[in-house]
Design a protein around this ligand. Sequence first.
Ligand code: UD1
Length: 442
Amino acid sequence: MDKMIIEGGIPLIGEVQVSGSKNAALPIIASSIMFDDAGNEIFNVPDLEDIKTIKKLLISLGAEIKESGETDKVIINTSNINNYEAPYDLVKTMRASVLVLGPLLAKYKRARVSLPGGCAIGARPIDFHLNALKLLGANIVVDHGYVEAFTEQLRGATINFPIPSVTGTENVVMAASLAEGTTVINNAAREPEIDDLILALNTGGADIKRIEPSVIVVNGVKKLNKLSHRVLPDRIEAGTFMVASAITRGDITIKDINIGHLKAVIDKLSEAGAKIVINSQSSLRIKGSKVIKSVDVATAPYPDFPTDMQAQMMALMTISSGLCVISENVFENRFMHVAELMRLGANVKVRNNFAIVKGVKRLSGAEVMATDLRASASLVLAGLASFDGYTAVSRIYHLDRGYEKMEKKLANLGAVISRVSEAESSNINEFAEKDINYGKGM
Ligand code: UD1
């Protein structure tokens, strides 16, 4: 298992390009199941472990996938699908594997998908997905840990989500696009990744409109032809680099982004004292300020502050000038990073879904362990702001699920960071003394 070794305290300076969005690419790749053309094209697909998992899943269903010479383009032919099962092995590595449920049901009228089980950030059931698909006419039983679903024909229905669910909305949008008649989704999630999926489906002949911020109308069509779509930029990766600038008191220009999708993060970081200049709709410059102000943060579904940025924002607040409260309102158990941040010297107390963060003057390097994707990003960020020795972040495979070439991008901004194997890093101080040139050769 690899570790990330970081020598902190260096302001990050320069330009960084953001990759395609993981959370948009996943449902779009899953949606290719429903398209008839043998050459569905998806551009700007990030090279990530989660993307490898969804490709593996599609291949196991019978799809053929080609990577083109351009590294971020994926070509998918799903015309030979002959298996309808998403096995436990894949679903447990990546919950988003449940995104094949809607497309398989819509196109092949059957699906067998493992229940994902709990994960590091909460129970995360999929009851909303299943209840909505039942309303569309699916027969669903849960047996031996698997969702067994079949239908003679899905039919349009009105779906009222109890609370907005991102992948729940996506599964229903996909299933409804090949259903007979019209589906209305009330209290649909508003995340931009859903609109990117809608755009992708509409390129192939689907008829889907968001008629109000939380209402999506899907007029079912008989078939979908060819998928050809460029995935939107990853707003969470962009936000993570914004915090990297703020936490190291750096000066970073972030390119290939969609400014409109970052409003809540821009507002919060500005409130915390960072100087943000919008260069264009796809680029901004963020300069960290010497004094990082304490700001309260409350996560909520889009367009509010994203839960996927909570851990990174907490890393920043650990070295802020005062006291703040971070409330996690989306997932019940998303504070696993707290104990690890405390190993770096942070002062955080958790009460239910609140974390009270009292800023400290400086963090100091230590060995820490990543517990989930965004928690690992927050530990890397905290490591970049730590002094007095190295920070070693283990279980870095979590980071590889959702950040493309993270250490290379950080090294290009001047970070002293390196990925090493467990054996190499058994004693980080000894490792440091070997005078290895961190950050080089990645
Ligand atoms: C997606 C994102 C994830 C992000 C999350 C919230 C992808 C692949 N993942 O996850 O990065 O953190 O949105 O923005 O896009 N819930 C239920 N029953 C359900 C579905 C959801 O109770 O059937 C609850 C969840 O436990 C959670 C809340 O609803 O408390 C929102 O979850 P949801 O939006 O569904 O998250 P995901 O789609 O799993």
